[in-house]
Design a protein around this ligand. Sequence first.
Ligand SMILES: [Fe+2]
Length: 417
Amino acid sequence: MQMNHKEINEALAGLGKISASGPPEMVAMIDQVIDTVRSQIDVVFSEHAGMADELLRAYEQLGIVFEVISRLASAETQDDVVRLFIESLRISYQDMELYSAERRKGEKLCWTPRKPNRAMEFSETISECIDNQRVFVKVFDRAIEDVAEIMAAPVFAGDNFVCVLVFVNDRKGRRFDASDMSLIDALVSVCGDLLRNYELADRLRELSIDTVKSLVSAVDQKDEYTSGHSNRVGHFAKLLGAEIGLTGNRLQMLEWAALLHDVGKIGIRDDVLKKPGKLTDEEFEHIKEHPVRSYDVVKAIPQMSEALGGVRHHHERFDGRGYPDGLAGNDIPLDARIILVADVFDALTTTRSYRKAFDIEKALAILREEAGTVGDPELVPVFEKIIQRELAAGRLPLDSYGTGIDAPKNDQKEANP
Ligand SMILES: [Fe+2]
């Protein structure tokens, strides 16, 4: 039979009453035994009660860690990390108010508490936690709008302050203890480390993109007429990809593919690439090798495997009469269809060895006329809308447009945009 604390005490009291009728020495001895047993049992029960509370707290905290980590796993950007971190804490601490105070570009700390007096009352604690870069709890002796205490936790990415989180505990619930502080301290550290990693990854990505941009510029400069072409195609392809909803790594791969689409031209003979006159069939076949040559270059970089389709198929026409594989319609990878539209537009709006640049309206008209035969008929109208928007916003022509090259040399067909 299992007995709880109260039942055991009652049983011991009953035993005391029964033994009271015995000899005095016996009664005294039994009372002493009963007192000893009672005090031992009190100790055992109070220890168990403490352990049960601690177990419950540990279980709750484990739930909070799980909630935070599983949400952070879906972050793709630094902004995502901060947003998801705060969201997950709001879910875990839904019985409290949680404020996030940010400092933007060295300005004053910016936050909007629901009750304005709090900004003043809490500011000292917030400053203290930022200055010391650690979690602070401030207990209020007098009631301030039902606030019993606040816990302020700063998020730093390396040395850079990101924001401070302020948990507001009212007078009804449990008070913050050391385990709350160490849990929040650990979580803001995880968030800070993650932000730092994203920052480093972003810097690395920018560095890689800059390196690739200089590499492709060098390739573009093999032919003076295509200077800046790959960077502009990268720019337009990225705008089009973002407009149709590509994001994150998917959009990044499209940009890589667009930047590198013509890198294989490095293997095309100069006399063919720069030939001002009409190409012979053999020369045209040689120049048509460049998408596969680009593909072979990019294939050597395992991290860019998702960019391969866009690179290899950027000259596939929508009607299937392109090269190198004669793919048609939606069999052509989406990235390649995007790059083709950006590529044709840039080729038309820049002067080539065989003709002068068309103006933007004329280039858009040609893209429109060829939608469904050359370009994807669903992408062309979206691209046109983007170009009109960029024109209206004064972002076109791009800086690198019009390289000062003039005079068309002959009427060579648009073989190689
Ligand atoms: Fe090309």
